[in-house]
Ligand binder design. Structure first.
Ligand code: PM9
Length: 462
């Protein structure tokens, strides 16, 4: 009898119209390139990279609809029509009335931090993000991590590891007083935890708590559609809602939000903040002309704003988000076949290899994740990124390294860029590095910049 066919495979919801050649270099070439780059994958030349899984930030492939929009760029200094099409879509999909464009996410973080934080205050959040926390600290705040404990455990399969622990939050509020909390900074999904989402139920609880204690609640909505996808898939009551509906509901609990448009919006540059607080908006509109440009372009060209406006329409399409999450899942499932340790559950934008278990003979002060990212690059030209002790930086008060529980290498998937065959090549390379792992030695840091050291730090082999 013929085998019953089960139709469960997915495919990209597009066909390819333009291609960009990439080339594989020799191992000898990559060894030299890695050394010259101080064993930091951020310092490699992109032409020396074969499959670039460094980040999904600004590395996305735009659609023909977005490219067509680029030709409609209105490059007027003031009042560009593209500003208005972007603002309309921000209002329509994020649901807030006020809007300030910025050239990328951290510019919005800078403004929000300066506006909301008084020196000496605290910001509580669901795990730190590098640029977000730095801006909060530069504005005079102390960041306090109030994410659930499970988020710090690579093997814990909690479905919503991005949730805030209300007990931790309440402990902080009892200790310092609600007035000392500048705002709650809630990201979804949580990048440094492995792209892990928060649940709507948790968000509602945090919202109720903030309302009772009169604490502001702000959202890093950089990859919010992925969070919405996970809510749809995993949370009771959301199966039949659209990504757009879930996104709108999530946003409804926040006073405001910021976005690095280089992710969800599938563009190469851009960011913004949007809020329902008129006073915060007016301050941001004042600041944007100092740091970014006029409030109707915020450091962006008109064509960039048009691509963003159109990206918003595409980012909420279920098939687009699904293919993205499924691609990451495919990579994880293939890695699992070789017994390679990575953060579970598989998250939204990336696979996070667990360098602590992968290179369990290398102590954290010899930078196992930095080492692993380099070894994978040398093996195959696949570029990932360190997300461990180097990314965590130093405690501003003690000056000591911050040793996070998670010591990870992130393999991040640009949207609509790579195929399943690219993933197979990356997986085989990681598997062969895993086979040879005992021979790998750690690194010494020989140059350390003051801020965000993972970008420009340099290392040498032990
Ligand atoms: N994220 C990423 O690769 C790019 C820079 S850090 C390596 O993941 C969140 C959740 C982000 C983010 C950037 C920013 C800053 C804010 N929030 O890079 O300034 O993931 O546009 O955004 C990066 P910009």
């Amino acid at each position: 009898m013929a085998k019953k066919i089960i139709k469960k495979s997915w495919a990209e919801p597009f066909k390819i119209k333009v291609v960009e050649p990439i080339k594989l270099t020799t191992r000898e070439h990559r060894e030299k390139a890695a050394k010259e780059a101080g064993y930091n994958t951020f310092l490699l030349k992109s032409e020396d990279v074969y499959i670039d899984l460094l980040t999904d930030s600004g590395t996305n492939a735009m659609s023909d609809y977005q490219w067509a929009g680029m030709m409609l760029g209105d490059e007027a200094y003031a009042g560009s029509k593209n500003f208005y099409s972007l603002w309309n879509n921000v209002k329509k999909y994020y649901g807030m009335p006020y809007f300030v464009p910025t050239h990328q996410g951290r510019a919005a973080e800078h403004m929000i931090s300066k506006i909301l934080i008084k020196p000496g205050q605290y910001v509580a959040g669901n795990m730190y993000f590098t640029t977000t926390r730095l801006h909060q600290e530069l504005a005079g705040a102390t960041f306090v991590d109030v994410i659930i404990d499970e988020a710090h455990e690579a093997t814990n399969e909690h479905p919503f590891k991005g949730n805030i622990d209300l007990k931790k939050l309440d402990k902080l509020v009892q200790e310092v007083g609600a007035k000392k909390i500048a705002y709650i900074s809630m990201a979804g999904p949580v990048n440094m935890a492995g792209g892990q989402p928060f649940s709507m139920k948790n968000l509602q609880e945090v919202y109720d708590y903030c309302k009772t204690h009169k604490i502001k609640l702000w959202f890093d909505a950089t990859r919010a559609t992925e969070n919405a996808y996970f809510i749809k898939e995993k949370e009771k009551g959301y199966k039949d809602k659209t990504i757009a509906e879930i996104l709108k509901e999530m946003c409804s609990y926040f006073e405001g939000l910021w976005v690095s448009a280089k992710k969800d919006l599938m563009v190469n540059i851009g960011g913004f903040l949007t809020t329902r607080n008129k006073k915060v908006f007016e301050e941001a509109r004042n600041m944007v002309v100092v740091y970014e440009g006029l409030h109707t372009y915020g450091g962006l060209a008109g064509r960039d704003m048009e691509a963003m406006a159109r990206g918003i329409e595409e980012m909420v399409e279920y098939d687009n988000v699904r293919m993205r999450i499924k691609q990451v899942e495919y990579c994880g499932n293939e890695l699992a076949k070789f017994g390679i340790p990575f953060v579970k559950p598989i998250g939204g934008h990336a696979i996070f290899l667990d360098a602590k278990r992968f290179l369990n003979h290398i102590p954290q002060n010899q930078f196992p994740a930095q080492t692993l990212a380099t070894e994978i690059y040398v093996d195959s030209g696949v570029r990932g990124m360190e997300r461990g002790v180097v990314s965590a930086g130093r405690d501003p008060k003690t000056g000591d390294h911050r040793y996070p529980k998670l010591e990870l290498v992130r393999l991040t998937f640009p949207r609509r860029v790579y195929t399943q065959a690219h993933i197979d090549v990356a997986v085989e390379s990681i598997a062969s590095v895993y086979d040879e792992r005992k021979k790998i030695k750690g690194l010494n840091m020989i140059y350390e910049p003051k801020y965000l050291r993972f970008f420009q730090g340099r290392f040498e082999k032990k």
